[in-house]
Ligand binder design. Structure first.
Ligand SMILES: [Zn+2]
Ligand SMILES: [Zn+2]
Length: 175
């Protein structure tokens, strides 16, 4: 059957009109018809980390009982009970429960997708794990200016004079 509209969640879903493949078994039981089946749907969406397009297939199993119209008086019918409509069953709500509720709210293109660089937006999968920027947080700018006045870098303190005495916080090698 063609997929109805809005068959999905925000970041992934079944495109409207795409073919939903149904494998169904209908069994006559005392109260109605027991429907057991599998729905196979094509999925399209976006990776929630890197926004790459995702295309995959999803399979959902379901089993629901559709009761005959006349087994209960309308008055006591339970709201969540599915009913046959004459000789027909409406599978759409069942499929929505089985497929849409099972879709991930944060789909990934792959389990270990590294996402995007927070600074430049590059895909980290493309630019590699060494990718980074030497962009100082503007909140530290004043501190950086202060560091510029210091005689040595705040790193290992390799052999600089250290005469001002405040650039050796670790004090491992006193000169
Ligand atoms: Zn991704
Ligand atoms: Zn970057």
């Amino acid at each position: 059957m063609p997929a109805p509209e809005n068959f999905g969640v925000e970041m992934v879903g079944v495109p409207e009109g795409a073919a939903i493949e149904l494998d169904l078994r209908l069994e006559a039981v005392l109260e109605g018809v027991l429907v057991t089946g599998t729905a196979t749907v094509p999925l399209k969406g976006e990776c929630s980390r890197c926004l790459d397009p995702i295309a995959s297939t999803f399979e959902a199993d379901f089993q629901e009982l559709f009761v005959y119209d006349d087994t209960r008086s309308g008055g006591n019918a339970e709201d969540d009970e599915l009913r046959l409509e004459g000789d027909l069953i409406d599978l759409e709500p069942v499929l929505r429960d089985a497929v849409v509720l099972a879709l991930p709210l944060s789909p990934l293109c792959r389990d270990d997708c590294p996402g995007l660089c927070p600074d430049c937006g590059a895909r980290l999968a493309d630019v590699g794990p060494e990718h980074h920027h030497d962009v100082a947080d503007p909140r530290w700018a004043a501190l950086r200016d202060l560091a510029g006045d210091m005689p040595a870098s705040p790193g290992r303190g390799n052999g600089s004079s250290g005469s001002r005495g405040f650039d050796r916080r670790e004090g491992k090698q006193e000169g």
